[in-house]
Design a protein around this ligand. Structure first.
Ligand SMILES: [Mg+2]
Length: 344
């Protein structure tokens, strides 16, 4: 069944509370919902959450490419989805979030045609995944309260944002670790530290026996040498997020021995590069987590289907629908920390 049209709608979402990461605070997010229309009227859904900070893109810049993108894939059959993906790979740098949304919409339209959920088209490795939930940067008291709420909601992994002020970051994580037992932490500095600060942070965690699963993106995105220094001095696995956008970035990170983990996000890589990154990391013995970037229900669904389908991830950080107001899961069912992908 051939692709005949692409439709885009902007939708604004407010955060439940301002989302504060290293050097960045967001109170709302405008995403783009994609409808990919087939010749028989079947519609495939997708969602793009653009990020200037991570991808250098904006809704304005990606809208300018939308008609060109339609021309590139119009008339292709969604059953030949790898041909569609290949055309969309041209947008890996200029509009990665839109590439992701249209690639997912292609799979989703195909999924509706054959009444098979996307995660099974992608391999069906798991029936569900378990997500962490994130504590953003705040006061000591707020941090401990947020972490306790997340623990009480049934999450077994808590993600904590750091990277703005070393001493208060250390104090906040240690206070949470004193309060809550039996969870693991993903610590994300969002590029905020120098390599030396990162090593001081790790030392404080280690001396206090904090169970850190991954120390994510301690240093600036371009600083592969810095990542490598931190990795070599760290007792905990070190992961790349902002440094790992396309499959070519990940190839370089692996060659340079810079990381133990890669955080795949569909908004950075689309489905095609994400599939390549999974295979590269599996071959190189590099661990994988999957993350999100302020997607709402459809967008998180894209990642739930990808993660369950490939079964590739040790950690799932698919919580942005929980951080935004009035979002209903679309395409998956959430039970405590578990996310079950469904036909939709
Ligand atoms: Mg991150």
């Amino acid at each position: 069944m051939k692709i005949s049209d692409l439709r885009f709608t902007e939708r604004k979402w407010d955060f439940v509370k301002p989302f504060h990461i290293a050097n960045n605070v967001s109170s709302s997010k405008v995403n783009i919902e994609v409808e990919l229309v087939l010749a028989d009227g079947t519609i495939g859904l997708g969602e793009a959450s653009s990020s200037f900070r991570v991808n250098g893109e904006s809704n304005e810049s990606i809208f300018q490419l939308s008609s060109e993108m339609l021309e590139a894939i119009k008339g292709l059959d969604v059953r030949d989805y790898r041909r569609v993906f290949k055309k969309l790979d041209a947008y890996s740098r200029s509009a990665p979030s839109l590439k992701a949304a249209v690639q997912f919409a292609t799979l989703h339209a195909f999924s509706r045609l054959i009444s098979t959920p996307v995660y099974q088209i992608l391999g069906g490795m798991k029936d569900f995944v378990e997500t962490d939930k994130t504590v953003s940067i705040g006061s000591l008291e707020e941090t401990v309260n947020d972490a306790r709420e997340i623990f009480n909601a049934g999450h077994k992994v808590i993600k904590m944002k750091v990277g703005e002020d070393l001493q208060s970051d250390i104090a906040r994580v240690l206070a949470v670790n004193d309060e809550i037992k039996g969870v693991k932490y993903i610590i994300d500095a969002n590029t905020g530290y120098t390599p030396k600060e990162a090593l001081r942070f790790i030392d404080a965690m280690y001396r206090n026996s904090v169970p850190v699963g991954i120390f994510e993106q301690p240093v600036p995105a371009e600083d592969f040498d810095g990542l490598k220094i931190v990795r070599q001095g760290s007792m905990y696995p070190v992961g790349a997020d902002e440094s790992a956008r396309t499959k070519f970035d990940v190839m370089r990170l692996i060659k340079e021995g810079a990381v133990d983990f890669v955080n795949i996000k569909l908004m950075k890589s689309g489905i095609s590069d994400a599939l390549a990154i999974v295979e590269m990391c599996n071959s190189a013995g590099i661990g994988l987590m999957i993350g999100c970037m302020s997607e709402s229900g459809i967008g998180v669904s894209q990642s739930v289907h990808f993660a369950a389908g490939t079964g590739a991830f040790m950690y799932h950080d698919l919580d942005s629908h929980l951080l935004l107001k009035n979002v209903e899961p679309v395409g998956f069912r959430q039970e405590r920390d578990r996310q079950y992908p469904i036909l939709f």
